[in-house]
Design a protein around this ligand. Structure first.
Ligand SMILES: NC(=O)c1ccc[n+]([C@@H]2O[C@H](COP(=O)([O-])OP(=O)(O)OC[C@H]3O[C@@H](n4cnc5c(N)ncnc54)[C@H](OP(=O)(O)O)[C@@H]3O)[C@@H](O)[C@H]2O)c1
Length: 365
C-alpha cells in the first residue's frame, strides 16, 4: 500500500475505467433511472432545517425548492442574495400552497474562505439545530486556464472541495444539535478520473499539466476522500452522517463557460441529459431517506472506511479505487485542514463544544 500511495497519477487502465463510468452515465442514465419518479416523492419535512449552497441555479435550486415545498426550513446559502430573493418571490406566487414557504437567504461565497467563516459564525451564533447541510455549489470552468482565488488556491479545488470542507467542519456544532443530521455533498462520477497529489493539491508545481478537467475531477475526488476521514472521525454518538451523491449528467448552467458552439450541442442532447429536477433526486434521497443511514453505518464499520455514495439512479455505489486508498485520504484530510486554516483536532474540539480559531476568521484590530 505504501509504495502504491507514492504514485504520481492514475494509471492508464484506471483512467480508461474511469472514463467508461462517464460514458456509461451519459448513455444509460435515463434507462437505468427509469424506475424513479420525478419529482422524487419526499416525506413531510416540517421540523427540518436545511442549508443548501449554490441554490440560485441548476440542481441546487431544485433541491432548495423541493425541500421547502415539503415543509422544511431552507436556508439558501448563495453568492447572489438578490437572485435568491427573486426566486423565493417566484416560488411563492407560482403555487397558492407555496405562500407560506419557510425560506431564508444568507450570503456565502466559496471563493473566499473568510466568507465561509463569516457564514458559519453567523449561523452557529443562532444556536439553532441544523439537520441537513447540502454542499451543492460547484464550478467546472471548462477549457479555462488555471485560476487562483484570493486565498491563493486553485479555484475548482477551493469552490468544490476546500470551501465545502471548511463549512462542514465549522457547522459541526449546529449539526450535532440537529442530530440525527446529514452532510450531503453533490459530487460527480468525474471523481473516477480524478487523482489528488496531497502534496500539491493546488497544482502549483504541476502548472503545465493543469487542465480544467483535472482541476474539476481532482476536486471531486478530494471531497470523497476528505468526507471518508471526516465520517471516521465523527463519533457515532454525535449522530452526523455524510453522504456523497452523483447527480448524473444534468443540463444546467454548469456549462456556461463552454464555447458557444459546444453549448448549442450540449442543449441539443436533452434525451441523454437529466433535467435539474431529475438531477436533484440522488441528493434529495440522500438527504431524506431513512435507509441511507443504515448504508452509512455499514460503511463506518467497514475495514476500509469510505463515505457512503449514492449514484444518479439513487442506488448506493462504491466510489473509485482512488477513493478507497486510505493512506492518501488521510494525507488529503491533513492537508485540507491545514489549507483551510483549521487545527488538526478541529473536529474533536468542536464536537466537545470547545472554541477553535480558524486562520481565515476575523482578527481583532
Ligand atoms: N450539471 C452536471 O452535469 C453535473 C454533474 C455532476 C456534478 N455536478 C455538480 O452539481 C453541483 C451543482 O451544479 P449545477 O450543474 O447545478 O451547476 P450550476 O447551474 O452552474 O449551479 C452552480 C451553483 O453554484 C453556485 N456557485 C458557483 N460558484 C460559487 C461560489 N464561489 N460561491 C457560492 N456559490 C457558488 C452558483 O451560483 P451563481 O448562480 O451565483 O453562479 C450556482 O448557484 C456542482 O457541485 C457540480 O459540480 C453537476
Amino acid at each position: 500500500m505504501a509504495s502504491k500511495d507514492k504514485q504520481q497519477g492514475l494509471s492508464w487502465i484506471e483512467w480508461l475505467k474511469g472514463s467508461s463510468h462517464l460514458i456509461y452515465e451519459v448513455l444509460f442514465q435515463r434507462l437505468t433511472s427509469s424506475h424513479l419518479k420525478t419529482p422524487l416523492p419526499l416525506p413531510p419535512l416540517n421540523d427540518i432545517t436545511c442549508i443548501v449552497t449554490g441554490s440560485t441555479s441548476g440542481i441546487g435550486l431544485e433541491i432548495a425548492r423541493q425541500l421547502a415545498e415539503s415543509g422544511a426550513h431552507v436556508v439558501m446559502a448563495v453568492r447572489n442574495p438578490t437572485a435568491a430573493h427573486s426566486l423565493i418571490q417566484k416560488w411563492r406566487t407560482y403555487k397558492p400552497s407555496n405562500a407560506s414557504l419557510n425560506v431564508d437567504v444568507m450570503e456565502l461565497n466559496l471563493l473566499s474562505l473568510e466568507s465561509v467563516v463569516r457564514f458559519s459564525e453567523s449561523w452557529n451564533s443562532l444556536s439553532k439545530p441544523l439537520n441537513i447541510l447540502i454542499n451543492n455549489a460547484g464550478i467546472f470552468s471548462i477549457g479555462e486556464p488555471q485560476k487562483f482565488s484570493s486565498n491563493g488556491y486553485e479555484t475548482h479545488m477551493q469552490v468544490n472541495h476546500l470551501g465545502p470542507a471548511l463549512l462542514s467542519v465549522l457547522l459541526l456544532p449546529s449539526l450535532k444539535r440537529g442530530a440525527p443530521s446529514r452532510i450531503i455533498n453533490v459530487n460527480s462520477v468525474m471523481h473516477f478520473i480524478g487523482y489528488v497529489d496531497a502534496n500539491d493539491m493546488n497544482f502549483a508545481t504541476r502548472r503545465s499539466e493543469f487542465s480544467s478537467l483535472k482541476g474539476y475531477s481532482s476536486s471531486k475526488l478530494a471531497q470523497v476522500k476528505f468526507s471518508s476521514i471526516l465520517q471516521k472521525n465523527i463519533p457515532a454518538e454525535a449522530g452526523i452522517s455524510i453522504v456523497c451523491a452523483a447527480p448524473g449528467s444534468v443540463q444546467t448552467n454548469v456549462a456556461r463557460d463552454l464555447p458557444k458552439i459546444v453549448q448549442v450541442a450540449y442543449h441539443m442532447v436533452p434525451f441523454f441529459l437529466f433535467s435539474p429536477e431529475e438531477g436533484s433526486r440522488s441528493a434529495l434521497l440522500a438527504a431524506t431517506d431513512p435507509d441511507i443511514l443504515k448504508c452509512c453505518t455499514k460503511l463506518k464499520a467497514d475495514e476500509t472506511p469510505v463515505c457512503a455514495y449514492i449514484s444518479y439512479n439513487c442506488h448506493p455505489m462504491s466510489p473509485s479505487n482512488e477513493a478507497h486508498r486510505t493512506g492518501t485520504s488521510q494525507l488529503v484530510w491533513e492537508k485540507t485542514l491545514d489549507m483551510v486554516g483549521l487545527p488538526a483536532d478541529a473536529v474533536e474540539m468542536l464536537l466537545e463544544g470547545k472554541e477553535i480559531k480558524c486562520r481565515y476568521g476575523a482578527h481583532p484590530n
